[in-house]
Design a protein around this ligand. Structure first.
Ligand SMILES: C[S@@+](CC[C@H](N)C(=O)[O-])C[C@H]1O[C@@H](n2cnc3c(N)ncnc32)[C@H](O)[C@@H]1O
Length: 369
């Protein structure tokens, strides 16, 4: 079965996500702005992308894309989708809508118009009034309106895939695991290379590194994926593919290290690594990143932004001291994520802007000469 998918990722990492989609499916995704990508794929890829990807947030089965003017046209367009072939009569549904741009109506009004279209169409085609369940719907219809472009689809993911389920300890400034994975890909880290995160916090970069190197799917999210509720999909086949992905995990030896100055965060990182099932793949230790000898091949880190440190002067001093230690080391590639790029003492070989939630940040890429 051919499917058209709308895939989301963190804004700024669309290129990384595009490469991962290519590796997993052999299909070229087309960037659609604001952390979105469109791709033509096969139904089996719904499992692959949801279960085996590292940088993706959500996979939506796209059913409709067209230009509309006003709520009346939104209702009309949404009425054209054959929900009777996608939702079983006893299943509940909900609509979530997002709006980008100026419109004389709210996202809730868009959701209400589409919800009404689903109910009316189902009643007409099947003689059944579908149940709405806003808290825990079995089928979640996602709608987005960007300017005049309406996209409507069925969510096959549910909670964003960056919620891996291994966060036993919540760091005050945690990095999304999808972003940590994207940074590792920007650094082109390979499993035979030594890796260090000198500001590891709750261990996200290291944990994602080991998961990636071992080929570990999103184990703790398997059961919560919404695709299992979609009865029009060949679910037995998708289950078999998920089992196969789990059987392919290879726990090879790695040199993955993380250090942090805070014993509390390190304890948390160990708890997270244990819950993720990767504790024997990494080594976490207490250390001041300014005093470390950087002999590993690859350095990947999410630098402190200074919320705890207070003044920009203190952040600049930390960055200067860390920069000195880093640049007297013998690494090959370093990728640093920071919301304060102007305070970093060295000019990167490359850099690009990203948005972490609502926070603008920059990825700095260094290569040793
Ligand atoms: C932005 S957080 C990293 C968050 C981490 N990526 C995560 O997902 O949990 C920065 C971390 O740097 C640590 N830190 C601050 N100064 C440090 C230093 N001089 N050496 C090592 N770690 C330091 C803080 O304790 C904090 O955990």
């Amino acid at each position: 079965m051919r499917v058209r998918l709308l895939i989301t990722t963190e804004r700024g990492f669309e290129g990384v996500a595009e490469r991962e989609i290519w590796e997993l499916t052999g299909r070229r995704a087309e960037p659609a702005g604001e952390g979105r990508l469109l791709v033509e794929a096969e139904h089996v890829h719904l499992l692959t992308l949801n279960y085996r990807s590292f940088t993706l947030h959500r996979v939506v089965l796209l059913l409709l894309q067209e230009e509309v003017d006003g709520l009346g046209e939104i209702y009309g367009a949404a009425s054209e989708v054959a929900y009777e072939e996608l939702i079983a009569p006893e299943q509940s549904f909900a609509v979530k809508a997002e709006r980008l741009g100026e419109h004389p109506f709210t996202s809730q009004q868009v959701a209400a118009a589409v919800g009404q279209a689903v109910i009316d169409r189902y009643l007409r085609e099947r003689g059944v009034r579908l149940r709405v369940n806003l808290r825990e719907p079995e089928v979640l219809v996602r709608v987005e309106l960007r300017g005049r472009v309406l996209r409507l689809g069925i969510d096959t993911t549910g909670r964003s895939l960056h919620r891996r389920g291994y966060r036993a300890y919540l760091h005050p400034a945690p990095l999304k695991p999808t972003v940590a994975s994207a940074l590792l890909r920007v650094a082109e880290w390979r499993r035979d290379e030594a890796l260090i995160d000198p500001f590891c916090g709750s261990g996200t970069v290291c944990i994602e590194g080991v998961r990636w190197a071992w080929g570990m799917p999103n184990l703790l999210r398997r059961d919560s994926l919404l695709l299992w509720k979609l009865r029009f999909l060949p679910l037995r086949e998708l289950e078999r593919l998920a089992d196969e992905a789990e059987a392919m995990v290879r726990r090879c030896g790695l040199e993955v290290r993380g250090c942090d100055i805070s014993p509390k965060h390190l304890r948390g990182a160990r708890q997270n690594a244990a819950r993720a099932g990767v504790e024997e793949g990494l080594r976490l230790f207490r250390c001041d990143a300014r005093r470390l000898e950087y002999t590993q091949d690859v350095v990947v880190s999410n630098l402190p932004y200074g919320v705890k440190l207070g003044s920009p002067r203190k952040v600049a001093k930390l960055y200067a001291d860390f920069g000195r230690a880093l640049f007297s080391g013998s690494w090959r590639r370093a990728v640093l994520l920071t919301a304060r790029p102007e305070l970093f003492p060295a000019e990167p070989d490359a850099s690009f802007e990203v948005t972490l939630g609502a926070l603008p940040a920059e990825v700095l890429v260094f290569r040793s000469p």
